[in-house]
Design a protein around this ligand. Structure first.
Ligand code: IMP
Length: 209
């Protein structure tokens, strides 16, 4: 059995390899297969975007008759801010432009929320994972990591919006958590574990003996 995770992100690959370590499957990145995702992630939900990604890779591998004993997984995630009606949400990566530095994006969000009181600064990182098996059957799971938008940017760990995402139970932003601490509570970690259980229960994957 092999599981192909449709991402070019090395951090995500480390996390998925860690969570699937006891599963009897070889976990491969797109890079290891010599593939690159080019699909436009223009869905209106995290689920639609995750499905766009797995279907793109499914079509390529299926067209080459290389789907035997293969499962493709992909995730889509983003930051949903209550005071902005759930934005940037599915537009998180594109917010203010794909290549804009997150220092600029984060500063703009803090400015937009300048007058928003503490009890209205709720936000959540949401992650959806879709998987597709060799018969084209889809499996889906979603979860989130709730928190709030901080008053200032803090921490050099993590990536993206982590420095402005405050976790009250830690008294820190997710940009101040170690990779291990964040993986234990993160939206992506939670959904990966959910997806692992769904696939184990369906008999699509099994544990190492
Ligand atoms: P994608 O799921 O790789 O398309 O990423 C979506 C975007 O959401 C990222 O580019 C980040 O802007 C944001 N994002 C998702 N998860 C996190 C996180 O754990 N920390 C910070 N930003 C995140």
């Amino acid at each position: 059995m092999r599981i192909v995770f449709a991402t070019g992100n090395a951090g995500k690959m480390r996390e998925i390899r860690d969570i699937l370590a006891d599963v009897d499957a070889e976990v491969l990145s797109l890079k290891e297969l010599g593939l690159k995702s080019e699909a436009e992630e223009d869905g209106e939900t995290f689920e639609e975007n995750a499905r766009i990604k797995v279907r793109e890779i499914f079509d390529i591998l299926n067209g080459r008759h290389e789907m035997h004993n293969t499962l493709i997984m992909a995730d889509d995630s983003g930051l949903c801010i209550d005071a902005l009606g759930g934005e940037p949400g599915v537009h998180s990566a594109r917010f203010m432009g794909h290549d804009t530095d997150y220092k600029i994006k984060n500063a703009a969000i803090l400015k937009q929320l300048e007058d928003v009181p503490d009890n209205k600064r709720g936000a959540a990182f949401v992650c959806h994972i879709s998987a597709i098996d060799e018969d084209g059957r889809l499996y889906d799971a979603e979860d989130d990591m709730p928190g709030a938008i901080s008053r200032e940017s803090r921490g050099a760990e993590g990536f993206g919006y982590d420095p402005i995402f405050y976790l009250p139970e830690f008294g820190k932003t997710s940009g101040e958590l170690s990779e291990e601490e964040k993986n234990a509570i993160s939206h992506r970690g939670k959904v990966l574990r959910k997806m692992r259980d769904i696939l184990l229960n369906c008999g699509i994957i099994s544990m190492k003996q």
